[in-house]
Ligand binder design. Structure first.
Ligand code: CA2
Length: 146
């Protein structure tokens, strides 16, 4: 069965390419989404994209992925470090979640060192820039079905 990926980006990632290029690069969110979609399609998978700045909307979106998506690639942004609600939503769906961080959170402020997502994710990539999203997609492509 074709793997169906939902790419979810959390708060402030709609600003990609517009500010802080030294930390987050110069590609816009639209660039990143198009890159991820074509990368997934080249590997025989399909990928949809979603971004929100709102915790509850992200929880709703994760819940609604049930029965539609086999995998989620998610950069939860700052909610990584705060959101038990997003953690619980991930635990509640069958889709397997791969966590992505553009920057190396372990080389930044201490409050970014803890993730509520990492221990329930199938994998985590940090500090690889935008190619980290492609690494997540590659991992999913190579995963055994089921
Ligand atoms: O490194 C990452 O991908 C983060 O998830 C990004 C979050 C941050 O709170 C996490 O600790 C690590 C922040 C996203 C902010 O995105 C921006 C993008 C461009 C310009 C300004 C902010």
């Amino acid at each position: 069965m074709t793997k169906k990926i939902l790419l979810i980006n959390g708060p402030n990632l709609n600003l990609l390419g517009m500010r802080e290029p030294e930390t987050y690069g110069s590609q816009t969110l639209a660039d990143v989404e198009a890159l991820c979609r074509s990368h997934a399609e080249a590997k025989g998978m399909m990928l949809d994209c979603f971004q929100s700045n709102h915790e509850g909307v992200l929880v709703d979106t994760i819940q609604q992925s049930r029965g539609v998506y086999s995998h989620i690639v998610m950069n939860p942004g700052a909610y990584t470090h705060t959101s038990i609600a997003i953690r619980d939503a991930i635990i509640g769906v069958e889709a397997k979640v791969y966590e992505v961080h553009i920057s190396n959170v372990y080389e930044r402020e201490e409050f970014r060192h803890h993730s509520y997502i990492s221990d329930i994710a199938i994998g985590t990539v940090v500090g690889k820039g935008i190619p980290g999203y492609l690494q997540a997609i590659d991992f999913i492509a190579e995963m055994a079905e089921g």
